[in-house]
Design a protein around this ligand. Structure first.
Ligand code: FAD
Ligand code: EPU
Length: 339
């Protein structure tokens, strides 16, 4: 039976560890509970926040609405010759799914080891790390349409995935709740070792013929060294996206800053390393009030304890301003700002 709690603290439901309250809070363990919930027209009219692991959002104020925490579980897998189809409930922990697959030698997720959060949130920003994005293994997802109470299956094309982008963050924002995700993996791995640090770490370990388990371990090792663990220091990973600019815009910047870290991003486009831009502005490891940037990764904003969402938000605006003044590039927040 679906329960709706009132005045619930969200401190343990967001990895920034920001202490705000939600007016109403419902935990969904089965997709039918969404149908039940929205049969009551009251909830159609109420402001809503769909919540997974809370690892990609910043809560700026108390949430005067209904938080819907998706906790739908279950993993099913089906093998068809060399292909493996995995269907997982949106409330499964992403890294548990990765471990499930790596343990069975189902290849495709190993580079995305240790990304926090839920399976259901993975398509929202097309999560990615170390040369692989969700879209590379995505088959489809099933979602509940709030306005109609119907379930719809989205194909990969319909999701319109891009770098940290999907249809769910853009034109369909707030309209659907993802209840399950289906991935297409393989029994014959073609490893992606393109990210420099992976090759280096494998060489350091004298691994010449890596397995998917090796890649998963190496990626996890690199991540732990670089990123703060939210269970000890609040954060939501990269706070900004790496900016993508045109080759024309890049030229004068490169002329002024020949060391600028950048990558080819398709014909006529260049991606800049936001962490580098922020570091060059002198922000790396800086503590400002209760917040600051991480000492090993300037792109990660942290809560040193007791920071409010507003404090973190204002600090992020300061960073945007200083990067713009120095480089003429506007950083976009990657983290979802709530309230
Ligand atoms: P939440 O923070 O709960 O929600 C994120 C957004 O998705 C919100 O807008 C929410 O409303 C929406 N949402 C959540 N669940 C659903 C659902 N079922 N249906 C519809 N909408 C939903 N991300 C990367 O891509 N790559 C990384 O390498 C990476 N590293 C990280 C490292 C750290 C230390 C941290 C803290 C975060 C990192 N992230 C990374 C960000 C984060 O892990 C991902 O964005 C993740 O997918 C968020 O999952 P979540 O369940 O916590 O989402
Ligand atoms: N850099 C600096 N200073 C810093 C940080 C980075 O100079 O403080 C430069 C370095 O040259 C480094 C380069 O930036 O080589 C890239 O840094 P890193 O490999 O750490 O990756 P990133 O571009 O900062 C992106 C994702 C991460 C993902 C990693 C690995 C975005 C916004 N972030 O970070 O995703 O884990 O690549 O693939 O695309 C997240 O989304 O939350 C996240 C952590």
């Amino acid at each position: 039976m679906l329960q709706i709690q009132e005045n619930v603290s969200l401190k343990n439901f967001n990895t920034f560890g920001v202490d705000v309250n939600a007016s109403f809070f419902a935990e969904i363990n089965h997709e039918n509970e969404l149908v039940e919930l929205f049969m009551d027209p009251q909830w159609q009219q109420t402001e809503r926040l769909i919540l997974g692991g809370g690892s990609n959002l910043l809560l700026v104020n108390n949430f005067e609405g209904l938080v819907i925490r998706v906790n739908i579980r279950g993993i099913e897998h089906r093998i068809n010759k060399n292909e493996v189809f995995i269907e997982a409930g949106a409330g499964e922990v992403w890294n548990d799914l990765v471990n499930f697959c790596v343990a069975r030698n189902y290849a495709g997720l190993e580079n995305m080891s240790l990304i926090p959060g839920s399976v259901g949130a993975a398509p929202i920003q097309n999560i990615g790390a170390y040369g692989v994005e969700l879209k590379d293994v995505f088959y489809s997802c099933k979602a509940f349409e709030i306005a109609t109470g119907q379930f719809k299956t989205f194909t990969k094309e319909e999701c319109k995935f891009g770098y940290r982008e999907s249809v769910f963050k853009d034109e369909l924002k707030g309209q659907y709740i993802i209840v399950s995700v289906k991935l297409q993996l393989s029994l014959t791995p073609s490893l992606n070792l393109s990210y420099g640090a992976i090759g280096q770490e494998l060489a350091d370990r004298h691994i010449t013929q890596p397995t998917i388990k090796d890649v998963s371990q190496v990626v996890s090792h690199i991540r732990v060294a670089k990123l703060p663990d939210p269970s000890t220091i609040g954060n939501a990973g990269s706070f900004f996206k790496n900016p993508v600019i045109t080759a024309g815009e890049f030229k004068p910047i490169e002329a002024k800053f020949p060391d600028i870290v950048h990558y080819h991003a398709g014909e006529g486009y260049v991606k800049l390393a936001a962490g580098w831009l922020i570091e060059q502005c002198g922000w790396k490891g800086k503590v400002v009030g209760h917040t600051g940037t991480w000492k090993n990764q300037a792109l990660v904003l942290v809560n040193h304890g007791g920071a409010t969402g507003e404090e973190v938000y204002n600090f992020s605006s300061q960073i945007i301003d200083s990067v713009y003044s120095k480089f003429g590039v506007t950083l976009q927040r990657e983290v979802n700002i709530i309230g």
